[in-house]
Design a protein around this ligand. Structure first.
Ligand SMILES: *Cc1c(COP(=O)(O)O)cnc(C)c1O
Ligand SMILES: [Zn+2]
Length: 469
């Protein structure tokens, strides 16, 4: 048995090695009060002594009646020991699957058995966000918060809303931009009863406003600038390793929006390496949509690097000024990654450095074709998730990912989150196709599965089944 979790082994620490300021886990910050950079949750591993082998976590499956052992997040409590057991908030998140997907692997261009899909759509609210929300709620409970808020392209709000509805611990307040939220996600926030505030602006505007309001009114912020959320999202990687018999894959491929997930993945592997639980790092590929490609622009085109935390990150600010001058707004059908000012940029740069990472951008056409392949392969996803598969395909074509590499693409959200995009792709209605997709430069639906229209007559129906069945 591992020792019980003592919260004084955990603290908050500025990610800048030039600052390195530390704060207690009983404090609430969304940035370093001393220098403004992001904060990490850090641990004194010598004192918390996590298990020395992964098998410890597997044995928890035998105690599924214990909610903390059942949770795919809290099964790994010793690897995120910031909260005592009695503070833990779980609604059963993290029961997600890693599966081999050979048809999608063929599309991507790797050999059979090499492409794996980590399906985070199976979470209670249908996206990976629940991994982080259970950790944020746990921290909120530790400090006694009564209200929680987020800005959201949809999935964070759905997740916040379901945790509020199930646990009754806090009132949820959601900030969304106008127009750009998919109905699947908006319907969740409304149905779960969260206060939903639609502001005239886009996600980047909503993010700026919610930070101000949360600071002013003392409302607990659950966006991924909240460092506790990323602790929960680390466990996605623990489950990937668990499903691979604790072997490290060659590649993790993930869509990049606010860059919380990619940051959390990098931190997870850095810590496992430090603890001696793994002996090598996987490579990380973060995939932007071409219409929201800040990371790709800064990392791949302009060569921005973390540089051990000592590099000059001013080019990011210059780039944001350029965006403002050109009045350039993020624009992609992959609404979950329609973000031009990723709040976790610095942490993501650190993760890319630790995992010898690459960044690519993919077009709307590539995203939708990849999404159709994922759906046909059995586990449907929303457009943003398919960016990972489209990005993997591009990297195989370039020879960066080898055909024999073991690749894990993260499917971040469920197919039913955005049915409009799916129906518009498969439709026979050219006007609908043009309106939803043609206007975005999508010229064809290469893998459409079109409905067959027939008269209300048995002979026509039989003929159609003979022809196409
Ligand atoms: C939030 C979200 C993303 C983006 O993740 P970040 O951590 O913000 O980079 C991607 N896909 C889906 C489905 C999401 O909900
Ligand atoms: Zn600092």
């Amino acid at each position: 048995m591992a020792a019980s979790i003592e919260t004084d082994v955990a603290f908050q620490r500025c990610i800048s090695p030039l600052c390195g300021a530390t704060y207690g886990v009983d404090e609430v910050h969304t940035s370093c009060p001393a220098c403004g950079n992001l904060l990490d949750i850090a641990y004194d591993w010598d004192r918390s002594r996590p298990p020395s082998s992964f098998e410890h976590f597997e044995t928890k499956w035998m105690r599924r009646s214990d909610p903390v052992a059942f949770s795919g997040v809290w099964r790994f409590h010793e690897l995120l020991p910031f909260a005592p057991r009695e503070s833990i908030v779980t609604i059963g998140e993290g029961q997600t699957l890693l599966s081999v997907a050979d048809s999608v692997g063929g599309f991507v261009g790797v050999r059979p058995g090499r492409l794996h899909l980590q399906y985070e759509g199976l979470n209670p609210s249908g996206s990976f966000k629940d991994n982080g929300m259970s950790a944020a709620f746990t921290h909120a409970r530790m400090i006694g918060a009564k209200r929680a808020a987020c800005a959201s392209t949809g999935n964070t709000s759905a997740s916040l809303a379901v945790y509020c509805a199930v646990t009754r611990l806090m009132r949820g307040i959601i900030f969304i931009g106008s127009g750009k939220i998919s109905y699947g996600k908006l319907s969740q926030a409304l149905d779960y009863g969260a206060l939903t505030i639609q502001i005239a602006g886009d996600f980047d505007d909503a993010m700026a406003r919610v930070k101000e309001v949360a600071g002013k009114l003392g409302i607990y912020l659950v966006n991924s600038v909240n460092p506790f959320r990323l602790e929960g999202q680390k466990t996605i990687m623990f489950r990937v390793l668990e499903a691979l018999g604790w072997e490290v894959p060659d590649w993790i491929v993930v869509p990049g929006g606010n860059l919380g997930n990619s940051s959390a993945f990098g931190k997870a592997f850095m810590e496992l390496k430090e603890l001696g639980l793994i002996d090598r790092m996987p490579r990380l590929a973060v995939i932007n949509a071409a219409g929201a490609n800040t990371l790709h622009e800064l990392y791949t085109r302009r060569g921005l690097r973390w540089g051990g935390g000592k590099a000059d990150l001013a080019p990011a600010c210059h780039y944001y000024d350029e965006l403002d001058r050109l009045e350039k707004r993020a624009d992609t059908i992959a609404s979950a990654i329609e973000i031009n000012r990723p709040v976790n940029l610095n942490k993501c740069l650190r993760a890319l450095e630790a995992c010898d990472g690459v960044v690519r951008e993919v077009t709307e056409q590539e995203i939708l074709d990849a999404k159709a392949q994922v759906g046909a392969g059995g586990l449907g996803c929303e457009p943003a998730s398919a960016a990972s598969v489209a990005g993997a395909k591009q990297l195989v074509a370039e020879g960066v990912i080898g055909k024999d590499d073991r690749v894990v693409c993260i499917l971040t959200g469920h197919q039913l989150k955005d049915p409009n995009a799916t129906v518009a792709y498969h439709t026979t209605d050219q006007a609908l196709f043009n309106e939803v997709l043609g206007s975005r430069g999508v010229s064809r639906a290469s893998y459409a599965n079109r409905a067959v229209s027939v008269g209300n007559r048995i002979d026509e129906i039989v003929q159609a089944i003979d022809l196409y069945g």
